[in-house]
Design a protein around this ligand. Structure first.
Ligand code: NAD
Length: 480
């Protein structure tokens, strides 16, 4: 793929020139080569997109769910038809295996289809007479213009999780991809031209502190949804407070995995090989802390280490069967390596990996660490890379205590053959998703959302329609 230059954004159903001078450089993660230069949308550019979204809103809101669904289904078909183009751009940019990128395209179009249907079967409380002589009705209505700010780990899927419920509910949207990975959002912009009414779907590439900030503070945007880090979530919630716009935050995680004495080591190893290292561990729900009951520790380590070492690491173009690619950009690779190095300096031992790979691109070896001090950053902070940590726990009380000792609350998992214990522990875990004897699978029909500093609100499932709707009480006086 040659170096590309992108100088337009999508506003009002047209690809229009971006006004500013600034641009973001986009790299091929598995070679480190410059892939594209993408102009950053300015505040005036965001204004233009918001004005277009505002103009398009009444007609899109008033279209029937069936009409909106038909447009969304056509969008899903267009995405499927562009699978190879989208997957090639995504895997070149992020370094993820081509097979994974193709699966993500399919997940994105499936998400569009799910919400096209879900928007047609919203339910509510029954209308009725709660005051004699008056009928009360609840209407669930779109909020208006939604500003959607995406992360770089699953660029296409993260975007779809936001624009699908927003559009299905009758909002118009401004999508800002992450500056490191804007290419698939720019392709979506093109694909939407043929299938969505002008102004319903707008795309503005650019950096967080400029383009993102212009979205968050814009007086004519009614709701902002972010997938990003907890610090960015706090900045956005504070900035959005100035206009009291609604905020939905999908933030970081640090998923604990509670492994009891009776867990099946082979099952744990297989689940963590996937759940800790899929997407190079750049997954907010990634298995990161393996809290292992004392009696099972040696068995688990013996099963896990070779499983992790057997991961096939490679770039998307060099190995058709690569399972794990590089990290998405160089600064992030440096951040992950910094975490590993500081963990080792402060006493952690390396059971596998522990270093970057000496080759082009941003590769880090699949890493297993143990014996880190409970107060150290590797235990407390999100690494967002191919690193799992084994922590030895004396008993169930310590497993639960350590699992709860985190500011994050996105996902957790439990490994045990005892169904009663699994149910009891899942009830006690304060996380938005709890898996039992697995770690990672998700379903578009089921919610995904964090507790505590992992954010608030839900993505996927009918629950996410609530993020993009508000309820209205209409009361009718009956003839006396
Ligand atoms: P980040 O917060 O730096 O960036 C995310 C997005 O926010 C980007 O589009 C960026 O341009 C934008 N942004 C940054 N600062 C902004 C500002 N001041 N105003 C407006 N927009 C701004 O996140 P990151 O570190 O690049 O991404 C990784 C993080 O995302 C991890 O913490 C990860 O856990 C989280 N994440 C969460 C989920 C989830 O579903 N909960 C999914 C994927 C990633």
């Amino acid at each position: 793929m040659g170096m590309e230059s992108h100088t337009t954004m999508l506003a009002g159903g047209e690809l229009v020139a971006i006004g500013g001078e600034n641009e973001s450089e986009v790299f091929d993660a598995s070679t480190g080569e410059l892939l594209a230069r993408v102009a950053d949308a300015t505040e005036a550019d965001v204004d233009r997109a918001v004005a277009a979204a505002r103009r398009a809103f009444p007609a899109w809101r008033d279209a029937t769910p069936g009409v909106r669904a038909a447009a969304m289904l056509a969008f899903a078909d267009a995405i499927d038809a562009a699978t190879e183009r989208l997957a090639a751009a995504e895997s070149a940019n992020t370094g993820k295996p081509l097979t994974a990128a193709r699966e993500e395209v399919a997940a994105a179009s499936d998400c569009v289809r799910f919400f096209a249907g879900a928007g047609r079967c919203l339910e509510g409380r029954s209308a009725g007479e709660y005051t004699p002589g008056f009928t009360s009705i609840i209407r669930r209505e779109p909020i208006g213009v939604a500003g959607l700010i995406a992360a770089w780990n699953y660029p296409l899927v993260v975007a779809a999780w936001k624009f699908c419920p927003a559009l299905a509910a009758g909002n118009t949207v401004i999508l800002k991809p992450a500056e490191q990975t804007p290419l698939t959002a720019l392709i979506l912009a093109e694909l939407s031209l043929e299938v969505l009414p002008p102004g319903v779907f707008n795309v503005v590439p650019g950096r967080g502190e400029t383009t993102g900030q212009a979205i968050v503070t814009h007086p004519d945007i009614d709701v902002v949804s972010l997938t990003g880090s907890s610090p960015t979530g706090k900045l956005i919630a504070a900035a959005a407070a100035q206009t009291l716009k609604r905020v939905h935050l999908e933030l970081g995680g640090k998923a604990p995995v509670l492994i009891f004495d009776d867990a099946d080591p082979a099952q744990v190893a297989e689940a963590i090989r996937f759940g800790g290292f899929w997407n190079s561990g750049q997954d907010c729900g990634a298995a990161s802390r393996l809290l292992v009951s004392e009696g099972a520790f040696e068995r688990i380590a013996e099963a896990l280490v070779p499983a992790v070492q057997s991961l096939r690491v490679g770039g998307p173009t060099e190995a058709e069967n690569s399972e794990m690619g590089p990290l998405a950009f160089s600064a992030h690779r440096d951040r992950v390596v910094g975490f590993i190095d500081r963990a080792v300096v402060t006493g952690a031992s390396v059971l596998a990996g522990g270093h970057e790979l000496s080759r082009a691109g941003y590769f880090v070896a699949p890493t297993v660490l143990t014996d880190a001090a409970p107060s150290s950053e590797i235990v407390r902070d999100e690494v967002f890379g191919p690193v799992v940590l084994l922590e030895r726990c004396a008993d169930e009380e310590e497993l639960l205590g350590r699992a709860a000792d985190t500011r994050f609350g996105l996902a957790a998992s439990i490994f045990t053959r005892d169904v009663g214990r699994a149910m009891d522990v899942s009830r006690q875990l304060d996380f938005g998703t709890v898996w039992i004897n697995t770690h990672s699978p998700i379903a578009v029909e089921m919610p995904w959302g964090g507790f505590r500093q992992s954010g608030y609100g839900n993505e996927q499932s009918v629950y996410s329609l609530e993020e993009y709707t508000q309820i209205k009480h209409v009361m009718v006086r009956l003839p006396s």
